[in-house]
Design a protein around this ligand. Structure first.
Ligand code: OOG
Ligand code: MG
Length: 253
């Protein structure tokens, strides 16, 4: 299949909540080709009226790389269709085999042009919040190669963002938990995200620049999960709590 056909394949799989075979079982993509599939897949969504709202980083923690058997950072695109209101609910039938993971989210204050140095990031950020990412691989059994998952927009499916706080640089050692009905199912530290979530934002500026994507004022950047992701369950209220930043949640129906 060519790049455009592959973009349609993953887009259809997401749209219809139906898993497909891993691309890598039938053909080998380079990483650049995989990012091109992702871009064309997002274009299909934008053509349906969705709006780009930011980017997400993936595999920025050891826990995630180990769970999924990959060993490189990845990034994907977020659209407004993926937003789940804090305290809102989602319907399981929208998903194939979705998982949730606790994250930290940055809000961008002004357009970013090029790669920004870690120490210069403050002026580009006007909010920081606890968040949950809902991921739902379009591939059977949630199994993929690095190129597969990149082509599939890094499993991006839903984002829940809590209350925005004034950004602090001191977020590198905060306890993070993911709970189902108040029972803790996963626990980590913001330190697990590259040693400091700000480093994940720095990497996002580098990768976005490398791939010709713009990070704009108002965009949100998800820093990546600090723990392994947990399959969502019908009836559960799923919440993420980040020490000092607070919590956010959603319900599964
Ligand atoms: C890929 C997405 C990884 C993260 O936070 O590390 C990711 C996946 O695990 O399906 O979102
Ligand atoms: Mg994630």
């Amino acid at each position: 299949m060519n790049i455009n056909e592959l973009a349609q394949l993953v887009d259809n799989a997401a749209f219809n909540a139906t898993a497909v075979k891993q691309i890598s079982e039938g053909q080998q993509l380079t990483l650049d080709e995989a990012y091109e599939v992702q871009k064309q897949m997002i274009d299909l969504r934008l053509n349906r009226g969705e709006k780009l709202i930011g980017l997400k980083m993936g595999f920025t923690s050891e826990a995630k790389m180990k769970q999924m058997g990959v060993n490189d950072m990845i990034w994907g695109r977020l659209t407004d269709e993926m937003i789940v209101q804090d305290g809102g609910s989602v319907n399981m039938t929208k998903y194939i085999h979705a998982r949730a993971e606790p994250e930290i989210c940055f809000r961008i204050a002004k357009d970013i042009k090029g790669e920004i140095a870690l120490e210069d990031l403050d002026e580009y950020v006007d909010g920081i919040a606890p968040a949950i990412e809902i991921i739902d691989s379009r591939f059977e059994n949630f199994k993929f190669s690095l190129e597969d998952v990149v082509a599939d927009n890094c499993s991006s499916t839903g984002v829940v963002v809590g209350k925005w706080l004034t950004p602090s640089r001191e977020i590198s050692n905060l306890k993070m938990t993911l709970s189902f009905d108040k029972e803790v199912r996963a626990e980590g530290s913001s330190f697990d995200i590259l040693g400091d979530p700000w480093k994940s934002l720095q990497a996002a500026t580098r990768l976005a620049h490398h791939y010709g994507e713009e990070i704009k004022a108002g965009h949100i950047i998800m820093a990546g999960a600090s723990t392994a992701a947990i399959f969502i369950e019908k009836g559960a209220t799923i919440s993420a709590e980040v020490e000092k930043l607070g919590s956010c949640s959603f319900k599964v129906s």
